[in-house]
Design a protein. Structure first.
Length: 116
């Protein structure tokens, strides 16, 4: 095996091994940053919903979620709802989450519409 091919194979194995840890991190981040408004199952029914002017997005609504791009989700998670002309109730989390963590969180959130 050529050195570059060997390195790529090693990188693929390491990425595969790291994937479960990243999924666990995304779940922890969802619990820490999102669950109080979006709820434990992503239905927009978290314990803080009664204090919000706008009902949080229901991540289990697959039709609605297909209309939201990953770029928009990144923008909203980083800068808050107002950054994308959505509800100002949604805070930005750029100070608490890195871009890779946000992308993992987006993947985690997108999985809710398949968990119905």
């Amino acid at each position: 095996m050529k050195p570059l091919a060997a390195l790529l194979s090693i990188a693929a194995v390491l990425a595969f091994i790291r994937a479960p840890a990243r999924a666990a991190d995304a779940q922890d981040n969802y619990t820490s940053f999102c669950m109080k408004c979006h709820g434990p199952r992503g239905r927009g029914d978290g314990p803080s919903v009664s204090s919000l002017a706008t009902k949080p997005e229901d991540f289990t609504d697959c039709a609605a979620m297909r209309k939201i791009s990953d770029d928009t989700m990144l923008e909203v998670i980083k800068g808050g709802g107002a950054a994308a002309r959505l509800s100002a109730d949604m805070p930005g989390w750029s100070g608490g989450l890195s871009d890779p963590e946000i992308y993992d969180l987006i993947a985690f959130v997108r999985a809710f519409c398949t968990k119905r």
